[in-house]
Design a protein around this ligand. Sequence first.
Ligand SMILES: *[C@@H]1O[C@H](CO)[C@@H](O)[C@H](O)[C@H]1NC(C)=O
Ligand SMILES: *[C@@H]1O[C@H](CO)[C@@H](O)[C@H](O)[C@H]1NC(C)=O
Length: 266
Amino acid sequence: MLVTQLHVLLLVLVLGTLHSVNAAVVEPRRSSARCQPVEASFTSDSDVSQSQFQAVSPPGSYATDDEGLKLYLEKPRGTVHTKDGVNDVVAEGATMNSTFYVQYGKISFEIAAPEVPGVVTAAILVADQRDEIDVEILGGDTTHWQSNVFTASPADQQPLWGVFGEIEGYAKKGTVTQVHRYAIDWNEERIVWSVDGEEMRTLRKSDTSINGTLHYPSHAARIQLGIWDASNPAGTSEWAKGPIDWNSAPAKMSATFKSITVECPY
Ligand SMILES: *[C@@H]1O[C@H](CO)[C@@H](O)[C@H](O)[C@H]1NC(C)=O
Ligand SMILES: *[C@@H]1O[C@H](CO)[C@@H](O)[C@H](O)[C@H]1NC(C)=O
């Protein structure tokens, strides 16, 4: 008992010293209950299960190597039939969730995506209420990427997928296959999407009004990373320039997430 108390006392003293040393040298990083700074970068040594991200898809659907965290999309077993612009079987891509939520903050992703039509690489914020803020990289449009938000309102008489979507370019004539830094800078009033440090789009809360109702994401959200097969249904396949042609596409492809950063300026 005495020993234990002594240990606790020592620990408190040591931590207290470290804390004051840190406080003297390093400007404390801003954080709040709603936004905690995160700096996750992935290399071959990274143990993803120890990170603040968890796989939603099965264990074999992702891996780390020198380039980062790879999320895989593999050709489905058996024969895939293509008809009327869709595939009859859709591949299961890898998905990861953050274990934490963020409500307002700047979230940056370093991503390289495969250039295969019909494949979508996504870095999104998703709330339990289904609010979404998206970065979507289409393998069928290698010189652009897309920004989007989706916030359903009970007053909606029709789904609003696509209403707030916009196509963005790269600052320096890049393509999806290179590593780019995509950022979503989100506060109560507006969302700014940028790529490689260059602002591409600002969406203000007031821009999201439809029939007098705002459709602005305002709930705490998880970060979700994914690669998915957009070969069905027809509207999705058309948007993604699919369906995937498995005769020419690699049987296994991957999106690489090199790093994910959360900053908390708000
Ligand atoms: C991943 O996040 C989504 C969006 O918040 C949520 O619906 C889903 O339940 C989460 N899945 C897991 C396994 O945490
Ligand atoms: C907006 O109002 C029009 C006219 O009533 C309706 O047709 C449309 O579906 C409404 N939009 C949404 C998203 O509810």
